[in-house]
Design a binder for this molecule. Sequence first.
Ligand SMILES: NC(=O)c1ccc[n+]([C@@H]2O[C@H](COP(=O)([O-])OP(=O)(O)OC[C@H]3O[C@@H](n4cnc5c(N)ncnc54)[C@H](O)[C@@H]3O)[C@@H](O)[C@H]2O)c1
Length: 395
Amino acid sequence: MQKLAILGSGFISEFYASSILGQRSKDEIIIAASRSEESTKKFAEKFNIPEYSTDLNKAINHPDVSIVVIGLPNYLHLETVLACAKAGKGVICTKPLGRNAAEALQMLRAVEKAGIFHGYMEDLVYTPKTLKAIENVKQGSLGRILWAKSRETHPGPHSDWFWDKEKAGGGAILDLACHCIEIGRSFIGKEQKPIEVMCWAATQVKPIDAEDHAIGLVKYANGAIGQFEVSWTFRGGLDIRDEVMGTEGTIWLNHFLRTGFDMFTAPGQSGYVAEKAESDSGWIFPVADENQDLGYNHMFNDMFTAYENKTSPTETFYDGYVVNAIMDAAYLSVKSKKWEAIEIEDWRGEEPDSAASHSLASYNDQYYLLKEEVMPNGGKTLLLKDKKTGEIIRK
Ligand SMILES: NC(=O)c1ccc[n+]([C@@H]2O[C@H](COP(=O)([O-])OP(=O)(O)OC[C@H]3O[C@@H](n4cnc5c(N)ncnc54)[C@H](O)[C@@H]3O)[C@@H](O)[C@H]2O)c1
């Protein structure tokens, strides 16, 4: 059982608190802290949190608190993580870990030096669908992973600070590609070194200094490609989808909008339908259980179980740091319009093996297999390539 402090009483903290305290949980939030007294009090009352404060340090240093849950704007992650390290408290921080890799590395070094528990709250790798898909990929059901594409697009964030490039650290890339990149790493294999990034980004609609739309490719040492598609200009709600392609199989995941729950309502459903929903009447796309479907429940279970077992959770500050390093390279690529190297000062996975090669699909000793297909006339076509001469034949 954990006794928690939660920092922030805004959008994400609502989800965090309802997930932590939901389903007859044994964990307790004993203090909430954020900037405005009125909203912190309201938040504490809603979730039956016995203490609240506008002083973040009071919550961090509360003698009974074991883990601090950070749900604050991006520009406050570094200073609050450093305060947790100083207080010797376990800390779990929302995404993105830092506004850049330098901030993330500072946080990683601080928690490791202090020897405290740390977790990176990347909920989207904990959705039930993603957990199952990752398990299948690890069992080899898809063969070698060649490409992992992840998309998160919506009509734009809900709070002022997101739109301020200095406070947020960036635009749609920093806010949303952090999710997509970690999903890609989880399918491709976190031990695989991300090598370089090619990224396009633009400010197409919103009057902001940062990008409101971007598409990027992340190349890994084993040749696999991670792809992110992010936007703050997408109309229609929150679209979260992943596609994984391997040599032996494919996975398509639809997490939001089109999850299999479509509803038509002429009078409309007043109030909240689902995150970033743009309509509450006509055809709407409710989400059965957002805490479950967005991964919050499994994420907190992993975090607190790891803390109790004195192990590391699936997502640590190291993962947050690697993701930030990839996004730094993406921003460089947007400017240079070239592939940019990813600088990871402290790489802990496999070293790239320049001699590594993948075997091509073989048919027999003489031929490679190009393609086998049943044709409209019912006959079978077989396309083969001679291993010695290179001649391509049809059988
Ligand atoms: N799926 C996800 O993982 C997800 C989704 C949304 C947001 N987030 C992340 O959560 C963090 C917060 O985002 P949000 O959407 O909850 O923002 P928000 O604006 O809704 O809430 C921010 C909270 O921080 C408090 N706050 C702001 N400045 C403060 C200060 N100086 N001192 C103390 N408290 C202060 C506010 O009072 C508010 O309670 C961001 O890092 C964001 O990227 C994660």
